[in-house]
Design a protein around this ligand. Structure first.
Ligand code: ZN
Length: 339
């Protein structure tokens, strides 16, 4: 697999930008992804990017808008870019506040151009669809420049989720320890380790290149949470202090690492219908306990279908929509890690 990834990453990207990543100062501009649909033969998909640099020092790659319906990250990153003067930093910030800009434009998880999920597209494909080409550019051109990578998410339209930092497991203990220290520095109120991972995320791609990396989930349900936005603002500043790009300290998360222990930590809808949850986010639940029930609104004589938890723990995510289809994720349970 790594050989094929190396082969993919050796191919030049079609993405262009006039920004000079090695120049001191603040540059706010665009990446241009050539795109030639019916209504625009020679156009580009513009992707916002900012580079702040002040001499030698670490580089942090800060990303928001991988999903277009997750807003606290993009808002906080744009604020950071506007607020920071390059003389206030040491090293470099590369900020992609709305990476999947076509999805951000329409407020959707997936791109309206190719219906792909950018968090399932890494390491990308330079000859693929728009989303695959975006992933490839980041993996080929930007990850190699980064010393630390932070990917700001939220639950998106379909999920309510606690504000949580996510640490992906990596076999290299030193890389995992540096990722964990960076993740803790963000100060999110809750932390998941060995989080449910997919090899096609930005974080997975960053770790493959040996870059300490973590993600956070901020708000949820396709709206802006003032509390999560405050966590994003504070967390970004604390993380940048931790890596030495801005002065100051951080109040790291010192609590336990939680984990999603297996597929049965996910509660999936057994039938189509409307999900009535019985528990609030953050509530402790036990295996066998009813998680809720699914109503068939068109069959009033039919009793609702019960749904149970298969594991004990804390319910940290829950379906935001009432309407659910067989197989949709209704709830996710986290347990305290043994370690
Ligand atoms: Zn997301």
């Amino acid at each position: 697999m790594s050989e094929s990834i190396d082969a993919i990453l050796s191919v030049a990207s079609p993405v262009r930008t006039p920004l000079d990543f090695d120049r001191d100062g603040k540059q706010i501009g665009e990446l241009h992804l050539p795109h030639s649909p019916h209504e625009d033969a020679w156009g580009v998909v513009p992707l916002p990017v900012a580079v702040l640099r002040n001499g030698n020092g670490p580089t942090a790659l800060l990303v928001g808008g991988v999903h277009g319906d997750e807003y606290e990250g993009p808002i906080a990153l744009a604020e950071l870019v506007r607020r920071l003067d390059p003389t206030e930093i040491r090293g470099r910030l590369i900020v992609l506040p709305a990476l999947n800009a076509p999805a951000v434009k329409v407020g959707q998880r997936t791109s309206p151009i190719d219906n792909l999920n950018l968090a399932r597209a890494f390491p990308g494909d330079p000859a693929g669809t728009a989303t695959q080409q975006i992933a490839h550019y980041v993996a080929r051109a930007l990850l190699p420049k980064a010393d630390f990578v932070l990917d700001l998410h939220a639950g998106g339209s379909s999920l309510e989720i606690m504000t949580v930092a996510l640490l992906r497991h990596h076999d290299d203990p030193d890389l995992e320890a540096r990722s964990e220290a960076a993740m803790r520095s963000f100060g999110a109120p809750f932390a998941l380790a060995g989080a449910p991972g997919d090899d096609r995320t930005l974080i997975a791609a960053a770790l493959r290149q040996g870059k300490p990396a973590f993600a956070v989930e901020l708000g949820c349900a396709g709206r802006v949470s003032p509390e999560a936005l405050a966590a994003a603002r504070a967390g970004l500043t604390a993380f940048l202090a931790h890596v030495g790009i801005v002065p100051g300290g951080s109040k790291p998360y010192t609590g336990p690492l939680w984990r999603v222990a297996g597929d049965d930590a996910f509660v999936y809808a057994p039938v189509d219908g409307v999900f009535e949850p019985f528990h609030a986010l953050g509530q402790e639940v036990t295996a066998g306990q009813p998680a809720g029930c699914i109503h068939d609104l068109r069959q009033p004589a039919k009793p609702p279908t019960p749904v149970s938890f298969a594991r004990s723990g804390l319910m940290f995510a829950r379906r935001a929509y009432g309407l659910a289809a067989h197989g949709n994720c209704l709830a996710v349970i986290a347990e305290k890690s043994a370690a």
